[in-house]
Design a protein. Sequence first.
Length: 212
Amino acid sequence: MRTEPLRIAVFASGSGSNFQAIVNAVTAGRLDVRIELLVCDKPQAQVVTRAEAAGVPVYTFKPKEYPSREAYEQDILEQLQAKRVELVVLAGYMRIITDVLVQAYWGRMINIHPSLLPSFPGIHAVRQALEHGVKITGVTVHLVDGGLDSGPILAQRAINIERNDTEASLSDKIHPIEHQLYPEVIQSIADGSIDLTWNQWNHHESQITKMG
């Protein structure tokens, strides 16, 4: 039984709509976590403004100033450890994650993706769904394992694709689902409904309670 809120860090690169949904859920009392840090690779991104408005500490960096991904991730890791972050939440973070962070937060790093994985991994998931003519797509929350959207699935939610949908219109329908599902999953991790078995989880096996 937890005696204090789960300490999380959110990673984002852009407008930060999923970050804002998490903040809103905390403010409304639907999400019992403490957002210890926003990590952003673009200091001018809108998500930084959102974090400052919410009173969330911000760590920004410029990848080009580092010799490698591993080098800037080592700096990030030090920030996470200093704030005793327990769960890393990727929310539109457009950088490849290396073993520096994956191994340090194995089984404690999650991502949200706009498709029903394993279908359509990668950055153009909505476009791929339309191009393939599928009738249903959705949103997936999964553990990060260092592969391309390949980690164990924690939760999914489906949405119908209409005949006249475009990439823009389908994205507009997916975003509200993301904003609802991600805080729900984080809360389920915080209250133990989703058991990540943080000390035992390995590359292939986990004891995870899936949400419908």
